[in-house]
Design a protein around this ligand. Structure first.
Ligand SMILES: [Zn+2]
Length: 298
């Protein structure tokens, strides 16, 4: 969120008898500082889990290529362990700290500080294999370990753990944003139109009530009900519910994970293919220099 917009929202809320006690966002210190200095009531700052995981990923991707074994698979594994750990230790800063501290040792096969609740090795030391690491094997390499620890370290401070522990997420905001965006696409500049407020209200109503907001609104306004609208909105809402249930199943999440792993591999394959094409291209150029095309000959 833009810092000045955040300040405006938080400052004007008390006029409507509301005080926002918490702000969930990325660790953009500008917004946080603005809120602290320019809003005249106390606001608790929570870190957004997904933003934090992205920050961790960015740190690791910056070191990729310089560190042996720091592959996209390993980066994705560390990010997932991080998000899982935060969600599993919701509201418990001290066990969250223990969990975050044991992510890297666990990946390297050192399970002394792992918790029985999540470490598969503790349950079955003989047969345990890492589910998401290459070949199920422990990671190796001092440089790799140091890089991973360095990337996680900033999250281990007292302040960071305190902000992460509530497992805040701004995902619902993103979702309401997309509902509003579907009624008032940015490309159309509805901000300059009188319909802008209605479009925003329609997006919020859809987010809160589902598509049946249409029939509820027409009912309230005393407009004629149409059976077809009712039937269609009912159908869309039911589909949305079914999709939500399907997406929260274990099988769906597993399939998504497999597809994501394939997506991670794809850019590397494409890059290799384009390098090959470039090599073929330059070989062709060399051939051209040795023997000019026939149409150039007298
Ligand atoms: Zn372990």
């Amino acid at each position: 969120m833009e810092a000045n917009v955040a300040v405006e929202l938080f400052s004007s809320a008390p006029k409507s008898g509301v005080i926002y006690s918490t702000y969930v966002g990325d660790d953009d210190s500008v917004t946080e500082n603005h809120l602290k200095t320019l809003v005249n009531y106390d606001i608790d700052k929570w870190s957004d889990v997904n933003h934090a995981s992205r920050t961790l990923g960015t740190r690791l991707y910056m070191a990729k290529g310089k560190i042996k074994g720091l592959t996209p698979n390993v980066i994705s594994y560390i990010q997932k362990s991080f998000t899982y750990c935060v969600n599993q230790n919701k509201g418990q800063p001290s066990s969250l700290l223990e969990g975050l501290t044991s992510i890297v040792p666990h990946a390297f096969g050192k399970h002394d500080n792992c918790s029985n609740s999540w470490c598969g090795y503790k349950k079955d030391p003989e047969g345990y294999k890492h589910g998401s690491l290459p070949g199920g094997k422990d990671l190796t390499g001092e440089d790799l370990r140091a890089t991973l620890e360095e990337a996680i370290r900033p999250f281990l401070s007292h302040d960071s753990v305190k902000k992460l522990a509530p497992a805040g997420s701004s995902q619902r905001n993103e979702s309401v944003n997309s509902s509003i965006g579907s009624k008032a696409p940015k490309i159309r500049h509805y901000g300059g139109s009188q319909s802008s407020d209605f479009r925003t209200a329609a997006g919020i109503a859809q987010f809160n009530k589902g598509n049946r907001y249409l029939t509820l609104a027409t009912e309230k306004m005393g407009l004629a009900q149409t059976h077809i609208t009712e039937q269609n909105t009912d159908k869309i809402d039911k589909k949305r519910k079914r999709d939500g249930e399907r997406k929260s199943t274990k099988e769906f999440k597993k399939r998504e994970e497999t597809l994501e792993r394939k997506r991670i591999k794809r850019p590397i394959l494409l890059r290799n293919a384009s390098q090959q094409r470039t090599r073929q291209g330059s070989a062709g150029n060399r051939a051209t220099k040795r023997k000019p095309p026939s149409r150039m000959q007298p």
